[in-house]
Design a protein around this ligand. Structure first.
Ligand code: DON
Length: 303
């Protein structure tokens, strides 16, 4: 595959869309990000990185962290998480409460906020420190020993997190929280606030493309676990636009309201795109165009 050519094509297709969309403003710290930035990186399973644009500018990982939290929970070889969260697309916004009430505190999937809070709560119970477990994983896979939670973003999430609090208390009322709500949410808000660059995000996702094998050659997950993560990314990874992204891009993707998107091409590469401007559902406008172009040019889509 001529990845430099693919990256060039992506950068040129994205150009008219850079700055399009709205930065997430429900988290005040994200509203301050300059929307006219864009980065794109492909990390291949043999360890090369091809990239362009603002590829070394850090941004908030937000919901893309949910993939890594789930991977760590699955790495415990413990299937009880699936008694606490289902594996169906929700068709509703990532912070919806109505479905959660109707379905008695069991979230539809691990990538909407209720499901992600359950996963973080489980990781906290399994490890004693969910953020530390994530930090260790992200540092090891990216090779950045200084990768860290942005405390300003975390504070901003905490201050404006009443909807997530409502979600967590509702789940607690149904007996679906292990830790006290405030503690689990503290870990959830900080996990969403990891500051990561596009190039790092692509490297971080490589263990999924390698079917569970980490950067140091050790195994984090079994083949089946990564198959499950990939399936959830494809069906639930772009909020209630997963169908449209399967159609447009045809790759498993997880997005975050920081404007990042991580796509996996199993056995080939991990692809990261970042543009802070979001569409009304919360997915990066430029990121979507980038991944669509990547799929068309590389012909690596799985659908
Ligand atoms: O909890 C929130 O609303 C943000 N920290 C994360 C949101 C996000 O990226 C979309 N979530 N699925």
């Amino acid at each position: 595959m001529d990845y430099p050519h693919v990256v060039e094509q992506v950068l040129s297709a994205v150009q008219p869309h850079i700055g399009a969309g709205q930065v997430a403003d429900y988290i005040p710290d994200l509203a301050r990000v300059d929307p006219k930035q864009f980065g794109f990186a492909v990390a291949t399973v043999d360890g090369k990185v091809f990239s362009g644009g603002d590829v070394d500018v850090p941004f908030a990982i937000e919901s893309i962290s949910k993939v890594f939290a789930l991977a760590l929970v699955l790495s415990q070889r413990d299937t009880k998480i699936w008694d606490r969260v289902r594996r169906e697309p929700s068709g509703l916004a990532f912070n919806d409460l109505i479905e959660l009430e109707i379905e008695e505190g069991i979230p539809r999937n691990p990538f909407i906020n209720p499901g992600a809070i359950v996963v973080t709560d489980q990781l906290l119970a399994d490890t004693g420190d969910a953020v530390a477990a994530l930090r260790a994983l992200l540092r090891a896979e990216t090779g950045n020993a200084h990768l860290e939670v942005d405390s300003v973003t975390a504070e901003s999430e905490l201050r404006t997190g009443d909807r997530n609090r409502s979600i967590a208390y509702l789940m607690s009322s149904f007996g679906n929280m292990l830790s006290p709500v405030d503690l689990a949410l503290d870990h959830y808000f900080r996990q969403c606030s990891f500051s990561i660059t596009c190039a790092e995000l692509a490297k971080a996702g490589l263990f999924i493309a390698r079917h569970g094998v980490r950067a140091d050659g050790s195994r984090l997950l079994e083949y089946g676990d990564t198959r499950h993560i990939i399936a959830l990314m494809a069906t639930c990874g772009t909020y209630d636009e997963a169908g449209n992204f399967a159609y447009r891009v045809g790759l498993p993707i997880k997005s975050g309201v920081g404007g990042g998107m991580l796509a996996i091409v199993p056995g080939h590469c991990a692809v990261a795109a970042w543009g802070p401007g979001l569409d009304p559902k919360g997915n990066s406008v430029a990121g979507g165009v980038a991944l669509e172009t990547f799929a068309q040019v590389s012909e690596l889509a799985v659908f």
